[in-house]
Design a protein around this ligand. Structure first.
Ligand code: NAD
Length: 375
């Protein structure tokens, strides 16, 4: 017997529509214990709400999220709105007695993230934060290899997310380019959660950080014939020291909106003296592993379609963004139902707060031109 979970979305933009896509093909999950159904959507814009009319299970479309939260027919709410609205809307979701899958960065800054995490605890709700790329088969294999601890002496780790859609200076600014709506942390808030999820889950938490942050374009078209100032950080390189098995290892977190040629590249590289592993969404089915024998080699393995939650999709097919997004939702609802069974889970509120601690320290590092301790 499947438990049915009724889901509401607040913020039906880019990510809200991805959720509708994932939930609309829930039946591809094989032998999965929970049935998920999208029942309500809230967005301020009529154009966005209209799109959801084609989803047959949606019973409520509203411009007022309080109306959505007042509905007794919703169990879980997914919120994907600009960062300046995270804190107030997430708190209202929790007060309304709903569980929450919150989009990153989980509040506009550290203070907001702490407030949300404390509220999740005091209201006793199940809350997780969105980060989907670690659910790809290649990322999962890299995580497992790191857990096995057979790489010899660790040398270094690189974890990051690059894209380049902002390289075009004629691209109009949106809320993601302004501190007021995106946050002072800029690109770290946009892409940072994706970069820290696996290292943090491995227990690899930075002791200190030296940050290099860049603002490249200071103005952009406003879309109405004028220009608007863009004051968020575009690129971030966080050079951190992480203690792993008693030894300090350099771990670099890279987040870039201006990375020439990259459309949406999530990557993780872990190098040791005896072995290593690399995975990048640039080669979505390829896992690279390093072996040191008499000769040294990087071995390329074609992975199949094996996420943590089995699906009907053929085992030799390639996975992509919609697939890891569906897997993340499967992990969220399985954990909520107490059925994660040792599989990889979504970012916890504590991990989200720790990511903000890192980003806040990175801002200090840039101001002071110093490495900042996180102890
Ligand atoms: N997990 C990922 O891979 C990923 C990717 C992109 C964005 N995001 C995150 O998702 C969130 C939203 O980003 P997006 O790209 O979908 O933005 P978007 O601008 O495409 O969509 C945001 C939507 O929120 C609506 N909105 C604004 N205020 C509202 C309110 N008070 N009530 C109801 N609706 C409101 C807007 O009308 C808009 O449709 C952000 O937190 C962002 O960081 C996550």
């Amino acid at each position: 017997m499947h438990t049915k979970v009724r889901i509401g979305i607040i913020g039906g933009g880019l990510m809200g529509r991805e959720v509708a896509s994932a939930l609309s093909r829930w039946f591809v999950l094989d032998n999965y214990p929970v049935h998920a159904e999208l029942v309500a959507v809230c967005d301020l814009a009529e154009k966005q709400r209209k799109w959801f009319r084609q989803v047959p299970t949606v019973k409520l479309l509203t411009a007022d999220y309080h109306e959505l939260l007042a509905s007794p027919d919703i169990d879980v709410v997914y919120v994907a709105v600009p960062h300046n609205l995270h804190e107030s809307i997430y708190l209202d979701v929790l007060k309304a007695g709903k569980d929450l899958l919150a989009e990153k960065p989980f509040g506009i800054d550290l203070k907001a993230a702490r407030t949300i995490a404390e509220a999740a605890k005091s209201y006793g709700r199940f809350v997780r934060c969105s980060s989907e790329f670690p659910f790809l088969p290649g990322a999962q294999r890299a995580y497992q290899i790191a857990c096995e601890n057979k790489l010899g002496n660790l040398l270094e780790v690189r974890s990051g997310f690059h894209h380049s859609s902002d390289l075009d200076p004629s691209k109009p600014a949106n809320w993601k380019r302004r501190t007021k709506t995106c946050g002072e942390i800029g690109v770290m808030g946009d892409l940072g959660m994706h970069a820290v999820h696996i290292p943090f889950r491995l227990g690899w938490k930075p002791k200190r950080v030296y940050a290099q942050l860049q603002k490249i374009y200071h103005q952009r078209p406003d879309g109405n014939g004028g220009t608007v100032s863009c004051d968020t950080w575009d690129n971030a390189m966080l050079h951190t020291d992480v203690e792993i098995d008693g030894v300090e290892i350099p771990v670099r977190f890279e987040m870039k909106r201006l990375a020439p040629g990259e459309t949406n590249t999530w990557f993780l590289e872990i190098l040791g003296t005896d072995g290593g592993v690399k995975f990048s969404t640039k080669e979505p089915k390829t896992l690279w592993t390093f072996h040191r024998g008499k000769e040294q080699s990087w071995q390329r393995t074609d992975l199949g379609f094996h996420g943590p939650f089995p699906t009907i999709t053929g085992g030799i097919f390639e996975p992509g963004f919609p697939d890891c997004f569906l897997q993340m939702w499967a992990a969220f609802l399985a954990e909520r139902a107490g059925k994660l069974e040792g599989r990889f889970g979504c970012v916890t509120p504590e991990e989200a707060v720790e990511s903000h601690q890192l980003f806040a320290a990175a801002l200090q590092s840039v101001t002071k031109k110093l490495a900042i301790s996180l102890d």
